[in-house]
Design a protein around this ligand. Structure first.
Ligand code: KIV
Ligand code: NA
Length: 263
């Protein structure tokens, strides 16, 4: 398989081809995800919840992210590696640049930051220095205390605001966008409004790519999972089969189905 770059994803969007993304936190799963043909691995700060047992992503440190990014890189063969900047690691432009650089040195090919239209100046600073950026919009788990819970975002007029933010962040230099927990129509509108690929999680079937948390799609997450999650292990005999089934379901457009989406 050929090495996946942001240009690969861009060409796939132009060709109307879907791509799949999974979170990954270690070298063994990194190798398995590569073997399944999945295009992108995300070292998500969701590791604070699924690996560390916290009840939010806020306690995750940059050192944690660097450690896991380096492990995922060691198992990688051809996937594009994206790493999250954790809570408050972008508190100023100098901090943003230095912390993004640490993730890149650990093996990331691009970094992801949570926010809104206000991310634009930081995205420009990073991209000018050769660090591609994915802007995470909609439900941004690092702001859960301000949002009052993990709730659907972008309903009503807020939907148009998300489209406007997406256009602004692409103009600022964003290479990818990620939309979490928004109505399917908003996922569709944002995806149509920008040339850069858009990854969705609970954002409907029309985004260019889909992402899930590894532990959720393998059915090992403890407790209730979100509406947008599908357990691919339920119909598979092995982890390898479940990863391959997820990839195929995203490619063919059978995932997400109606029941995984918000109206
Ligand atoms: O941290 C994470 O896993 C994420 C995805 C859920 C998008 O940001
Ligand atoms: Na995250």
């Amino acid at each position: 398989m050929k090495t996946v770059t942001i240009q690969t994803l861009r060409a796939m969007k132009d060709a109307g081809e879907k791509f799949s993304v999974l979170t990954c936190y270690d070298a063994t799963f990194s190798r398995r995800i590569n073997e399944a043909g999945i295009e992108v691995m995300l070292i998500g700060d969701s590791l604070g919840m699924v690996l560390q047992g916290h009840d939010s992503t806020l306690p995750v440190t940059l050192d944690d992210m660097v450690y896991h990014t380096a492990a995922v890189k060691r198992g990688n063969q051809h996937c594009l590696i994206m790493a999250d900047l954790p809570f408050m690691s972008d508190a100023s432009i100098p901090q943003l640049l230095e912390n993004a650089a640490r993730l890149m040195r650990a093996g990331a090919h691009l970094i992801k930051i949570e926010g809104d239209a206000w991310l634009a100046p930081g995205i420009t600073e990073l991209t000018q220095r050769g660090i591609p950026v994915c802007a995470h919009l909609g439900l941004t788990p690092q702001t859960v205390n301000q949002l009052g819970g993990y709730k659907v975002q972008g309903r009503g007029e807020a939907g148009q605001a998300l489209v406007d933010a997406a256009i602004k962040l692409e103009a600022a230099g964003a290479s990818l966008l990620l939309l979490e927990c928004v109505p399917s129509e908003v996922g569709k509108a944002v995806t149509a409004a920008v040339k850069c690929p858009v990854i969705g999680i609970g954002a409907g079937p029309d985004t260019d790519g889909q992402v899930l948390v590894l532990h959720d799609m393998l059915g090992v997450t403890v407790g209730k999972t979100a509406k947008f999650v599908k357990n691919f292990m339920a119909e598979s005999n092995s982890i390898a089969d479940a990863l391959a089934a997820y990839h195929q379901a995203v490619k063919s457009g059978t995932f997400p189905a109606e029941e995984h989406c918000f109206k």
